[in-house]
Design a protein around this ligand. Structure first.
Ligand SMILES: Cc1cc2nc3c(=O)[nH]c(=O)nc-3n(C[C@H](O)[C@H](O)[C@H](O)COP(=O)(O)OP(=O)(O)OC[C@H]3O[C@@H](n4cnc5c(N)ncnc54)[C@H](O)[C@@H]3O)c2cc1C
Length: 448
């Protein structure tokens, strides 16, 4: 006997999308979410991060305004006031999810789920549920590094609990979360130091743009330390002392934030009982159809370790449900050519192959065009920051295989060009497109 057609573990980006799509096809769905609806993205990820980034962007523009003839010099951001706006925005999302879940007839249970076997889930309130299909969308959580005193530092979840900008803050890491937190805290008034183990930021992004971004950060006052080997973290009264591997200490910080990776939420969900395979880091192994090695059990989103982004989790879940309940036997997500943005200052938007990846795959058959320019507002205000745009083309026909945009407005510019890249456009197609003037986006079709 089955209680439902589908049980979903996790009410984050992937779980909600899967539950809604399955219900729209007529499936009887139970969704288990012990914490806040919306998961990481809505509560401690994309949404509150973007809110803080928007505040930081505004701070940058306000600082520029007097140079353009505006009379007033703005004060610092009133964090509690801004956080009240952020909280209201997020609460509206929760309310909208609750309404939509009720309207879709999805049984939403505020509990943890754990496999007893591949068809049976034990809820943390003692109830047992059975279904022929189970979707695991339990996401992940931040991970501190394995160094003495790491517990004194915070992680990205702790950043979203802050009610004021710390005067001096150390951020440890080089991925997009580290880069985003560093940029926005510096723009909101903190003195930021970024500690990076390797020799560059954002290892999966185009190296040339990342080097320029590191220089932009330095220009804006962030101290970027490459090749930093961590020794440990100590308390010194209210402040924190970060030591390197040979014991040297930096000037004490008011806050230290670790952005040193995330681990999947798979350690307490009974995967062994159901016989579900994971990789060595605990991510659930899935095939191209989001199926695990156990029939009827699927996984999407961060718990699979594949492109941990909200729209990817959503797209994978929707296609899976279209396949299981909607009669679309071939529906599956193409993980190639997914566009993404780092909300740095300025933002970095990217889709497709980096120059290094293109050269590794296509050898000498790679043609790169780039342009560097000052966006009009910065030129007017005589601010030195420049944008760097780059196209990576391959083959004799110069098919556009990568688009990399660093600069003001890049975050809003890339989506349309990502469609074009997916459709296989060439450099000639871009040149054949009449520009929109005067914009930064026109540089993409004018680059030679
Ligand atoms: C600081 C930060 C910024 C980010 N910014 C962006 C961005 O700008 N753009 C972007 O695309 N992505 C961003 N991401 C990534 C994005 O948030 C994730 O890729 C996305 O949330 C993954 O969705 P998910 O459904 O896999 O997992 P989650 O959203 O993490 O949801 C998992 C849910 O499962 C629940 N759960 C856990 N265990 C159980 C259980 N046993 N039973 C039932 N429920 C359970 C959890 O409570 C959680 O709500 C960011 C992430 C972080 C941390």
């Amino acid at each position: 006997m089955s209680d439902f057609d589908l049980i979903v573990l996790g009410g984050g980006s992937g779980g909600l999308a899967g539950a809604f799509r399955a219900a729209s096809h007529g499936a009887r769905v139970a969704l288990l979410e012990p914490h806040l609806l919306g998961g990481t993205c809505v509560n401690v990820g994309c949404v509150p991060k973007k809110a803080m980034w928007l505040a930081a962007e505004l701070a940058g523009k306000l600082a520029m305004a007097p140079q353009l003839g505006f009379a007033t010099q703005p004060g610092a951001l009133d964090w509690p006031a801004f956080i009240a706006h952020r909280t209201r925005y997020i609460e509206n999302i929760h309310a909208s999810y609750r309404r939509r879940l009720d309207a879709a007839g999805i049984a939403t249970l505020p509990v943890h789920g754990r496999f007893l076997d591949a068809r049976t889930i034990a809820c943390s309130d003692g109830v047992r549920l059975r279904a022929p299909h189970v979707l695991v969308a339990t996401g992940g959580r931040p991970q501190r590094p394995d160094i003495p005193g790491a517990e004194f530092g915070g992680v990205s979840d702790d950043f979203f609990r802050m009610c004021a900008a710390p005067a001096r803050v150390a951020i440890v890491g080089a991925g997009y979360i580290a880069v985003e937190l560093a940029g926005l805290l510096q723009a909101l008034g903190s003195q930021v130091e970024l500690f990076v183990r390797g020799s560059r930021l954002l290892k999966d992004f185009d190296a040339e743009l990342c080097d320029v971004l590191a220089e932009d950060y330095r220009q804006s006052g962030v101290h970027v330390h490459f090749g930093y080997q961590h020794g440990g973290l100590e308390r010194d009264g209210k402040r924190l002392v970060l030591r390197n591997a040979v014991g040297d200490a930096a000037v004490p910080f008011d806050a230290v934030l670790f952005a040193t990776g995330r681990r999947p939420n798979t350690d307490a969900i009974g995967l062994e009982e159901a016989g579900i395979d994971t990789d060595e880091r605990g991510h659930i192994d899935v095939d191209a159809w989001q199926a695990t090695n156990v029939e009827g059990v699927y996984a999407v989103g961060d718990v699979t370790g594949r492109l941990p982004l909200t729209p990817v989790a959503i797209a994978a879940a929707r296609r899976l449900m279209d396949r299981l309940f909607g009669g679309h036997a071939d529906a599956k997500l193409d993980y190639e050519g997914v566009a993404t943005v780092v909300f740095s200052h300025p933002p970095l938007a990217t889709v497709g192959l980096t120059e290094a990846q293109a050269r590794a795959r296509h050898g000498a058959d790679v043609h790169v065009v780039r342009t560097q320019f000052r966006p009009m507002l910065y030129a007017l205000a005589d601010v030195p920051q420049r944008s760097l745009f780059k196209l990576v083309c391959v083959g004799a026909e110069r098919r556009v295989a990568g688009i990399h945009l660093l600069g003001e407005g890049a975050d809003e510019m890339l989506q349309g060009f990502a469609v074009a890249l997916k459709r296989g456009i060439t450099l000639d197609d871009l040149h054949d497109t009449v520009a929109i003037h005067p914009t930064s986006a026109e540089e993409v079709v004018l680059m030679r």
